[in-house]
Design a protein around this ligand. Sequence first.
Ligand SMILES: [Zn+2]
Length: 282
Amino acid sequence: MPELPEVEAVCRVVRRPLRGRRIVSAHVSRRRVCAPQTPEEFARAVTGRRFRAVERRGKNILIHLDGVTIWVHLRMTGNLYTIADARLRPVSVSAHLVLDNGRSLVFDDPRGLGVMRAIPAERLARALGPMGVDPLAPEFTPERFVALARSSRAAIKLFLMDQRRIAGLGNIYAAEALYCARIDPRSIGARLSSARLRRLHAAIVAVLSNAIKSASLAYQRPGGFAEAEEFDPAVYGREGLQCRRCRGRIRRIQQGGRSTYFCPRCQSGPHHVRRADRIRPG
Ligand SMILES: [Zn+2]
């Protein structure tokens, strides 16, 4: 599933070819991509309009036209790119927009779970719902992060993944950042020192920036959807394997219905939720 770095890479890839172009026609080949809008409504809303900007908010891609925004969510397998001629589009395309220079912007989505809807500018904020601070935005300062984390009674890993607090930090990068900062994923945000939280803030920014670099390389191949293959997780998906830092074993636990990977040996400190660990049924 594309996470924030892949979504950012997609935005960077399409930004330049769309700059200043106008949409000549819009074609939806999978009705549910724009539901509850009909394909006809979607086409009417965007045809004739000019591209203004491509913005990412969390994992949402906002393609701003004049007066209307195309809201794209890639979900599981979505990808967005331009091709020289609409006739060359793959069969897995959910929708495509023909541009005034003959090229086409395609929304390629093999599993077809993605979203591409036209939203009038004045209804955009409501359509997207409440969203936390984007971890790559200038507003994501160490001070802001410390204050947010300090107000949370949840396990720090769950806090990091709460989209109403921080938008777009998914399971993989939350685990990697906690490993980098040597913080136990079960620690309670409110109990962590501001020095440790500042270290975690720096780790989040570093982990995401690195992942964006490798995702951008992966997306250089025209049309090729690829999870960032160059990305080599330190803990994610490495249950039972050796920690590269201390040679302890990586462990997997469940938090909020998702797997959390961490190294119990070097992600430690005085702030664990020891009590929860001690409780054993029977
Ligand atoms: Zn370790």
